[in-house]
Design a protein around this ligand. Sequence first.
Ligand code: AMP
Length: 418
Amino acid sequence: MKFDQLGLISPILKAVEEKGYEEPTKIQKEAIPKILKRSDILGIAQTGTGKTAAFAIPIIQLIHKIDKDTHKRPPLRALILTPTRELAIQIDENIRDYNKHTHLRHTVIFGGVKQGKQVEALKRGVQILVATPGRLLDLMDQGYISLDDIKIFVLDEADRMLDMGFIHSIRKLIKVLPKKKQTLFFSATMPDNIIDLSKDMLDNPQRIEVARKSSTADSIDQYIYYTNRELKVSLLDHILGDIDGEQILLFSKTKHGADRLVRKLKKLKYKAEAIHGNKSQNNRQKTLGLFKEKKIQLLVATDIAARGIDINKLKYVINYDIPNIPETYVHRIGRSGRAGEKGIAISISEPEDNAFVKAIENLNKGVINKVNDHPFPQTDKPMTEKEKKEWNKEKMKRKREFFENRKKNKNKRKPSRR
Ligand code: AMP
C-alpha cells in the first residue's frame, strides 16, 4: 500500500515523499483513514512504529480543511500532549516536515527553559500545539492559551505520563477541554490505570494495536549476559568491542549511575555522554545533536530522558542496568529496530536482577537469548576485596584468551575507539 491510497491531499503527499517515506507503516495504514473519518482512537503502539506520523499527518489534513483561507490569526485547533521535552520537540519537528506545503501554524512548549519565546509564538497564533503538561498548565494559568476551539486532542505515551506522575495534570486538562472533540489516545502498554483513563476520555474509539509481542520478537534480537556488579564495565567493554563503532543507546537506572558509567567509558577511550534530568535542556539537546551527528558513539540515558529520543536507524540498545518494571524494558528496546529496521537489544544482568529478568521474560515469552560464551560469567557469592583483586587478574587473563581464541576462529575487525 502507498500513501496516496490513504485519502491524503497532495501537499501532504508531497511532504511525505520529500521525507523519503515509501510506504506507510502498519499503524499509519490503520490510523490515518480512521482519524480522517473523525473517529476517536485507542492506539497501542510504542515509539518506533511511525506513530507520530500516524496522528500528525491526518491532524494537519483535518485542520487544513477547517481553516483554509478563513482566518488571519487562526485559533488553536489541535493539542498534542506528550510526557517529555525531547519527545515534544521531535513531534513538532515532524509536524514541521509534514506541514511543509500546508503552512499551518504550530509550535512546541516545554519546561526547563525561559517562557518568553514560547509566549511570543503563542501570541502570534498557532493551530497545532505540542506541549508537556507542566508548561502547558502554567501558560494556561497565565492566560496565554485558550483550549476553547480545540477540535483534536492527542494524549501521547499515556502510560509514561502516568508513570511520571502527570495524572492530576491530565485530569485537570480533561475538565477544561471542549466536550465535543476528537481524542487520539496512544500508549505502549495497557495496564489497568491506563484502561480506566482511556475509558474516561474516549468516545466509541477505534482500537489499533501494533502488536508488542511480534514487534519485539520479529524486529529486535534480544540477548542477555549474566555477570556480577564489579564486572559489568569489563563485560560492557567486551560487548562494545564486538559491536564495532555502531551508535548505541545505553540505559542506566539512575542519573548518577549514568554519569559514573560515562566517566568509566571515557577512561576506556569511548566517546560517550549522558542525557538525564539533571542536565539542562540545552545540554540535552546538544548531546542529542552530537549523537545524531555520530560525533559521540555511546549515549547513556535514564528512562525518562530517553523517552523522547528519536534517532533514525538506531540498531543497538544496551540495558546496562536491568529495569525493575518489565514494561520499561519493552519501552527501552523499542528504541532499536525502528520502522522495519532490525534492532539488537543487549541486557547485562547481575544476581540481584534475577526477579526482574524473570518478569521481563514472562512478558517477552522467552525470546531473550542467553549469551554464555563470554569472559565475565556470573559467580554465585559476593567477593571479598582479596578475591576481587585476584578476579581482576584472572579476568584480564580470560579476556586476553577469549580474544586470542576468537581471532583464531574468525577474522575480526578492531573496535572503533577514539
Ligand atoms: P515514531 O514511531 O513516530 O517515533 O517514528 C519512528 C521513526 O520512523 C521516525 O524516525 C520517523 O521519521 C520514521 N518513519 C515514520 N513513518 C515512516 C515511514 N512510513 N517510512 C519510513 N520511516 C518512517
